[in-house]
Design a protein around this ligand. Structure first.
Ligand code: KG4
Ligand code: ZN
Length: 337
């Protein structure tokens, strides 16, 4: 079964054709990041406008690269929640129109479910159940993936998402948006023991995260140094901060893995590209004789191939959108459309 999928939840307009949830026939991503960088973060109004401009071309290109016309695909899929509401609405409206015109079924997809599905492409034999750490710019969740469409959040951030924590601290260190990517690169050359930073935890909720105190500690450190006229060695600070964030993530995730008896650990979302996170979990899983899966680097950030993958399993489970489908800025990962 071939699915034409569209993603427009944040600052990437992306379209892809995916076969049977596992094989990517085309994967086109038009990123707006250069424009948002001017403002130090995503400007929602600009994002919506750029999606409007890009959506037709990106969809046509995905079909062309797959060597197909619209009538060759069996179904359409679109990210319908969560995300920037204006950005989501562009994709949802466009795909509703296309589904109506082409008389094809339309499958609505939850953005975080699709991030997890990036692993179904990278590991064609991966099947639920498994435990997943989803870490993106807007979310940090520990999720029990019981089946393709039965997912249960057992831990979440109480304040900033991991990607947000990286981006905000990176901005304070003078790095361009999205700072998480740059901080990861710079941190490779620094000493991660140079600065002693906290490892915040949430009382009584061992699977939850809290990053705002850690982020504030770094911002205060930089302000104090500036006031004293001292220079901070940024690679050392970046390395120490990255180590602190990654230790908070892995501590809760490994604890949840032990308590739930999970045999397979999976990571997903933009932050799953983080080099240290990948190395640490790879090593921890090897030591505990657990299977570790992470998306291919090309599938960690927002893309439509992952949407086409999850849509296949949602379709098998009977999910279909009507023309009443609406985009939602927030939505529980366990809920159905
Ligand atoms: O999943 P994603 O592409 O978009 C959302 O759904 O939010 O995640 C984007 C986030 C940004 O905060 C970005 O800084 C972060 O992922 N990110 C990274 C790395 N690559 C992307 N954070 C840390 N290390 C990386 N290598
Ligand atoms: Zn995302």
């Amino acid at each position: 079964m071939r699915i034409l999928a569209l993603e427009s939840s944040c600052d990437e307009t992306a379209a892809a054709v995916v076969e049977d949830g596992r094989t990517v026939l085309s994967n086109v991503v038009a990123s707006q990041v250069e424009e948002h960088r001017l403002y130090g973060g995503v400007v929602p109004e600009i994002a919506s406008r750029r999606h409007c401009e890009a959506v037709c071309g990106v969809t046509r290109e995905a079909l062309a690269q797959a060597g197909m016309a619209l009538h060759d695909v069996d179904a359409l899929a679109v990210t319908a929640a969560p995300g920037l509401i204006g950005a989501l609405l562009v994709g949802v409206s466009y795909m509703k129109g296309l589904a109506l015109a082409a008389k094809k079924p339309l499958v609505p997809v939850h953005h975080l479910r699709s991030h997890i599905a990036a692993n179904y492409i990278t590991f064609p034999d991966l099947e639920p159940p498994f435990l997943c750490l989803v870490v993106s710019g807007g979310h940090s969740h520990i999720i029990e993936v019981k089946s393709w469409t039965d997912l249960h959040v057992i831990g979440r951030t109480r304040d900033d998402a991991a990607g947000e924590a990286f981006d905000k601290a990176a901005r304070a260190m003078g790095m361009p948006y999205p700072g998480g990517v740059e901080m990861d690169r710079v941190a490779e050359t620094g000493n991660d023991k140079a600065f002693s930073l906290p490892r915040p935890s949430v009382d009584g909720a061992p699977y939850d995260f809290s990053f705002s105190g850690l982020k504030t500690a770094v911002i205060n450190l930089l302000h104090n140094a500036a006031q004293r006229g001292e220079t901070v060695h940024i690679p050392d600070l970046a390395a120490s901060y990255r180590r602190a964030v990654v230790e908070c993530l892995t501590r809760s995730f490994l604890l949840a893995a032990r308590d739930t008896g999970a045999k397979t650990l999976v990571i997903a979302g933009g932050v799953s590209a983080n080099r240290l996170l990948r190395r640490e979990l790879e090593a921890a899983c090897k030591e505990r004789e657990l299977r570790f899966c992470r998306p291919d680097l090309s599938l960690c950030g927002d893309n439509a191939a992952m949407v086409g993958s999850q849509a296949y399993f949602e379709y098998q489970a009977g999910s279909r959108a009507t023309m009443a489908l609406n985009a939602r800025a927030s939505m529980d990962i366990a809920a159905s459309f």
